[in-house]
Each structure stands twice: as C-alpha cells, then as structure tokens.
Design a binder for this molecule. Structure first.
Ligand code: EPU
Length: 428
C-alpha cells in the first residue's frame, strides 16, 4: 500500500496531455459484448477501472488484448455466466454488464455495483428501463438477475436524468425488436461516445445529446474500431490545479465545448483561460474571487468537479457556496480539507467555503476518486508536505497522476506505507 506525497507551494508550469474519458471507457468495454466480431477501442486511459472491466470480460469468456491504450475485444466466446460477486463489486460501472448481457443474451446476473460511496446511488431507473423492454428483474442475495423471453422496444420516461440508466437502456435496446424511446435522457458527452460506438457496430440510434433518444432495434451488431473522447473531468481537474498554482499551463487533447461550465466559473473567479482548437492555456491567477456553484446535469457544472473546485475555493477572496444537487452527500473530502486548515461548513447539500485559508500539509485520506483529486489540489497549494492515502480510489480514474504533475513542475512522489500506517488507514 502506498501514499502520495505532495510538497506544496510550487508553481505549475508546462504542458500535459489528457487521457481518454474514464466514464466512456467503462461503458464502451461492456458494449463490446454486443458485437459479433472484434471491437477495438483506442485512446483508453491507463486506470484500474479499465483493467477491472477487461478482466470481467475475460471471466465470462471474452478474449481481450490490451497494450495500455488500445484494447481489442473478441466477444465471440462470451457466455452469459453469472457474475454475482468479486470484481463486479469494486466498480459502479459494472452495471453496464447488465444492459450489454441482457441485450445480447436476454439474461444476466450481476452483483450489485460498488464504486465510490457518494451517498445513496439507486439503480431503479435502469431496472425500470429493463422491465419496460420485457425483462423480469429480481434481486437475489445481493445480485440482480435479469431474464427475458424477448426484448421489445418501449417508451421509457426516466424519472431522474441519469447517465448510467440512459446508457444501460441503450445497451439493452439496440437489439430489441422495434423502437425504444428514452425520454428525459441524460446528455453527457460520454453518452454520445457510447452511441457512436454502437452506431459503428450497426445500431440505429437518433437523438443522442438531446433529451429524447430513439433506438430502432437491429438483429446483428458487427465489430468496429473506436477512439474514445478526451476525459473532461481529468481535464477539469488539471484546470483547477492550474487555477490554484499555475504560472503557465497548457492542457492538450481537450474538447473545449465539454468544459464550458467550468471555464465560465473559473473566469468568474478571475482565472485567465484561453482555448485554441484542442488546447487550453491557463495563466497566473494572483487573486481569486469567491463564486457560488450549483452542480447540475450536463451541460451544467459537473458534480465530479465539485470536490476539486471546493479545494480551489479555499484560496479565493470571500465566501463561496458550492451546492451539489446530484449527490447530496458528496462532501467526505471536507473533513480532510479541514485537517489542512480549510474553513468549510457543510449545510445540507451545500458547502460554505471561507476563502483565504492558509493550508498546511497534513496526513489525509481520499475517501473516493474525486475527493482524492480535491486533496491533491489542496496539497499543491499547501505549505509543507501532504501525505494522501486511499490511492486505490485515485488510481481508478487518473492515469499517471504523478507523471503529469511532475511534468508541470509539482513535487510529488509515492512512498510505501509502514505496517503501523497501514493499520491506521484500515481503522480510520
Ligand atoms: N439516480 C437514481 N436512480 C437511478 C440512477 C440514478 O435516483 O436509477 C440518481 C443518482 O442517485 C444521482 C443522479 O440520479 O443522484 C444522477 O446519477 P447518474 O445515474 O447520472 O450517475 P451514474 O451514472 O451512476 C455517472 C458517473 C459519475 C458521475 C455521475 C453524474 C460513470 C461510471 N459514473 O454515474 O462519475 O458523478 O454520472 O454525472 O459514468 C466519477 O467519475 O467520479 C463519478 C462518480
């Protein structure tokens, strides 16, 4: 077990390249199950969630070759084997195995998904969609069993705008008989990315990126090659780090449109941002103004950037209010930021951040992926050395975090935990 050591206070200067989007990758890999021949996916991020999904596909008979950024999946030998336990429970996105297996085999048995603990994360809308398509869904000893004689297109209204439910219903519906309409669908770029892959396989999907998606079922889906879009949340995290400590940071391989809401808020704080094609430049921001932020579904401000931006706002002049309307309990990072000297109060679904805090290096623990990102941003600003444990969360979603930070001039390194520290981490 390791900890990340960050010596704060060093300005960031240089350029980095953004990896492929984690939240696309974790849906695209299960989507390959639906094909009748080889699917190759390029620009994959080197993160543990990708490795976990690849091994899940192998567990059910898939043949996977993976060289770090390119994965080739031959799904022809996959069988609808139950996956009630083990690795499926380590990441939330394993729920995409439900839609893909149901779509292909008309049955699936998958353990209830794990992943970041951000408060209640029900999957009732996924199940509502599967049932509308004709599946019988039961929960047996902590695993979801889906069985259908046949899948028939249906009109499905999502009661909650959900990324996962929108993608999962698409996966199940592409081979259903007739037309499926998903109303109140989510519009995130990762959904468009998944629909692009499915369309290359031969699926008939219209309306992705709007709140009504229409899918006309097809009998067969062929293999294809697909390249993943850049990770807007990884890019956003480095934008926030650059706003915190940047002197001159170039962020390459981005789609600026996907980052509009974050750019708007950073500019409101006084951050100097320029974009050109697939590149962004962030200059020095000597003084930051406080802002209020509310997370919303895309294209609103992403909940995944709420935690890192909260860390940044400890540097701003005045008090900021950050409200998370998507995950109302996504505030586990706040206690850790307080250990570093931040003045933050959580009231209901809002964090009130009193700025101008002088953060100090401390021993802190990442409770989830983006909490880890928030601690890294805070550590870059803090005086002294911060020791961050819980790296398994950060490694789920950030490729080569240290190398990218080192390229920007940060002082970061990993150290092995002592036996005593391992005991402390386990008991905290
Ligand atoms: N919800 C329901 N019922 C459902 C599904 C969702 O009530 O059946 C609620 C959730 O509890 C939440 C809201 O709807 O309050 C939105 O959840 P959504 O389904 O959109 O989230 P998700 O698909 O489980 C994905 C990302 C998350 C990201 C959210 C919101 C993946 C694998 N995960 O989760 O990413 O926070 O969308 O944008 O795509 C992360 O990357 O750190 C992360 C947690």
């Amino acid at each position: 077990m390791e900890k990340l050591m960050v010596e704060g206070g060093h300005p960031l200067y240089g350029s980095i390249h953004i990896s492929g989007a984690k939240n696309s990758a974790v849906a695209l890999i299960p989507a390959a199950i639906l094909a009748d021949s080889n699917v190759s996916i390029e620009n994959l991020p080197k993160i543990s969630d990708v490795e976990t999904l690849a091994s899940l596909l192998e567990d059910i008979g898939g043949s996977v070759t993976y060289d770090g950024t390119l994965m080739s999946i031959d799904p022809r030998s996959i069988i609808p084997m139950p996956l009630p336990n083990g690795r499926v429970k380590t990441l939330r996105a394993s729920y995409y195995m439900m839609g893909a297996m149901l779509g292909k085999f008309k049955r699936a048995a998958i353990g209830l998904p794990g992943g970041c603990n951000l408060g209640p994360r029900p999957i009732d809308q996924h199940i509502k969609g599967f049932e509308a398509l004709g599946a019988k869904v039961t929960n047996e000893h902590g695993a979801i069993y889906l069985r259908a004689e046949k899948l028939t297109g249906a009109r499905i209204y999502l009661d909650v705008v959900s990324v996962g439910a929108t993608i999962n219903i698409m996966l199940a519906a592409v081979k259903a008989e007739g037309r499926t309409t998903i109303e109140n669908a989510a519009k995130e770029p990762e959904i468009i990315d998944v629909a692009t892959l499915l369309t290359s396989m031969g699926a008939k999907i219209k309306g992705v990126g709007t709140n009504v998606i229409r899918i006309d079922g097809v009998k067969e889906l062929n293999g294809c090659a697909h390249s993943i879009i850049p990770d807007r949340i990884e890019a956003g995290t480095y934008m926030i780090a650059a706003a915190a400590m940047g002197k001159e940071v170039l962020i390459n391989n981005i789609i600026p449109d996907h980052l509009e809401s974050l750019m708007a808020k950073l500019r409101e704080m006084g951050v100097n941002i320029e974009t050109k094609d697939e590149q962004m430049r962030i200059g020095t921001s000597p003084e930051l103004a406080s802002v209020d932020i509310k997370t919303l579904v895309y294209p609103g401000f992403a909940t995944d950037l709420q935690q890192p931006v909260t860390a940044l706002l400890t540097r701003a002049q005045g008090t900021s209010v950050v409200t998370d309307t998507i995950y109302t309990a996504r505030f586990k990072h706040v206690d850790e930021l307080r250990r570093m000297g931040a003045e933050i109060k959580v009231e209901g679904r809002s964090a009130l951040i009193h700025g101008k805090a002088s953060l100090q290096g401390a021993k802190v623990k990442a409770s989830d992926l983006r909490a880890g990102a928030a601690l890294v941003v805070a550590a870059l600003m803090a005086e002294g050395v911060t020791e961050i444990t819980g790296l398994e969360h950060i490694d789920r979603g950030y490729e080569d975090l240290e190398d990218k930070l080192l390229a920007l001039g940060a002082r970061v390194w990993r150290e092995e935990l002592t036996t005593e520290e391992i005991d402390q981490v386990k008991s905290s």
